[in-house]
Design a protein around this ligand. Structure first.
Ligand code: ZN
Length: 473
């Protein structure tokens, strides 16, 4: 077991005898009044550093022995959830390991709960490392819990994001289908949820032909994870996550530059587990189910082929246009299975199409819903949580692009809007009375910034967790 998947940062403390260094967080608009009230030594240092409390601007104030006394920092307006990760970065790059370990940091300005939570989450994410494969000897600065922070919510958020990142970052040689299923087992065990796994040939016996066919060419056998948690009298929320542990493209092999980061093709499953972690940790009154179709899209003599016509759990036949459009295939069986239990809300996360990235770039998941009310509600939650998502239409006009010549449907449309066609493909497997949201997300940070290093990243996870909490709490 890759134990580091469940290694989460916890750079907070409650009591300490260590000497404290204060941190003052300022809004730019409050700065002129604030600075007037400070003593001369502080004013000189502020002026000397041209500090104006611009967003993310940082100044270290020294005492008369030139020892670090305070850090003054400009918050974004409104405060952004990664702001304080820049302070962690500042401390780590400017002070020695010994100095950091001998002190504790304390935010002395007070903020309302929402801002305090963001301040704490930013600090926690600033302390995130993925270092099982490369030794990292930096010390993590420890923060006294900020006043008004909801410690449970903050901890659940940091853990869920770290879990997601660790899962996506783990290289594909160490995260096969069994290992991803084992991680799901750990999540279930931690939160006392029930878990069932349908494995390999049993997928055929129990009628999940698509999950089996996509994954059959890999020695790392396909499986379907089914987690259930919560009181059966509560609303039933089912979350499905695409778990392709590696996507070569199959016989429609991806060119090297597009295959390079395909360990992240299980990012949907990582999102589903992350959301589940948050909802269970916060004991949200729902009946939660998580379904993860897990497979490796590999090349071998028994790979499924372009031109194959394959059955689905629902009974529809699909002609394979392209073996690299495998995500929608494994999802089709999982979504059919989900709808058989009539959930009140069905959500799926998938790293699905390049078209979504052309449309809204890497950071913004494209989302779709068959319930128009959810479009504004989810956008509202996404803005509240600094986790922006944007809607696209399930436009019926493109549905015929998916019609097969000699099969019910084809796995790739004939039009240009690949993300819309992929969503319409999935919709064929959703019962019309089921409220459904589909997120086509990237699950990856391309450039890296304080609190959000290059690699596995949440895209839409916090927005969905908030949406569910708003709806059912
Ligand atoms: Zn693919």
């Amino acid at each position: 077991m890759t134990n580091f998947i469940f290694k989460f940062p916890s750079p907070f403390t409650k009591n300490t005898k260590k000497p404290k260094i204060s941190i003052i967080l300022l809004d730019k608009s409050d700065f002129p009044n604030w600075v007037k009230k400070q003593d001369e030594r502080l004013q000189i240092q502020i002026a000397q550093n041209s500090f104006k409390a611009e967003p993310l601007q940082t100044v270290a104030i020294l005492d008369k022995y030139s020892k670090l006394e305070k850090i003054i920092f400009g918050l974004s307006q409104p405060a952004y959830y990664l702001d304080t990760a820049s302070i962690v970065q500042h401390i780590e790059s400017n002070y020695s390991k010994e100095f950091i370990e001998e002190h504790v940091f304390e935010i002395v300005s007070t903020h309302e709960e929402g801002v305090s939570n963001k301040i704490s989450i930013g600090w926690g994410l600033g302390a995130y490392r993925f270092d099982p494969y490369k030794k990292n000897d930096t010390a993590t600065p420890i923060l006294l819990w900020p006043a008004n922070a909801d410690e449970k919510e903050v901890t659940a958020t940091i853990e869920a994001i770290s879990l997601l990142r660790n899962l996506v970052n783990t290289p594909p040689n160490d995260l096969g289908t069994d290992e991803l299923a084992n991680a799901a087992k750990e999540v279930a065990k931690h939160h006392k949820a029930k878990i069932k796994i349908i494995h390999d040939d049993d997928l055929i016996k129990k009628n999940f032909p698509m999950i089996y066919n996509v994954g059959k060419a890999s020695p790392r056998r396909p499986q379907l994870v089914d987690i259930k948690w919560g009181d059966s009298s509560h609303p039933k929320v089912t979350i499905v996550g695409k778990g392709i542990i590696y996507d070569t493209g199959g016989l429609n092999l991806k060119p090297g530059q597009y295959m390079r980061d395909m360990k992240k093709d299980m990012g949907g499953a990582a999102h589903a587990l992350g959301v589940a972690w948050m909802l269970m940790a916060l004991n949200v009154p729902i009946q939660l189910r998580v379904l993860l179709p897990i497979a490796e899209n590999s090349v071998a003599g028994n790979s499924y082929r372009p031109g194959d016509i394959l059955p689905t759990r629902k009974g529809l036949t699909v002609e394979i246009e392209d073996t690299d459009a495998e995500g929608r295939l494994v999802l089709s069986d999982a979504l059919t299975y989900a709808c058989e239990e009539n959930p009140d809300l069905l959500i799926d996360f998938a790293t699905l199409t390049g078209a979504a990235r052309v449309g809204v770039g890497y950071d913004i998941p494209a989302f779709f819903s068959n319930n128009d009310n959810y479009i504004d509600e989810l956008r509202h939650s996404s803005v509240e949580k600094d986790d922006f998502v944007w809607p696209f239409p399930l436009w019926d006009g493109y549905n015929s692009n998916l019609d097969g010549d000699i099969s019910d449907i084809r796995n790739e449309g004939t039009g240009r809007a690949g993300h819309i066609e992929a969503a319409l493909f999935l919709q064929r497997f959703i019962t019309p009375k089921t409220d459904w949201i589909h997120l086509d997300c990237f699950a990856w940070e391309k450039n890296g910034k304080a609190g959000r290093p290059k690699g596995g990243a949440d895209t839409g996870m916090r927005a969905i967790a908030q949406f569910i909490k708003d709806k059912y709490s």
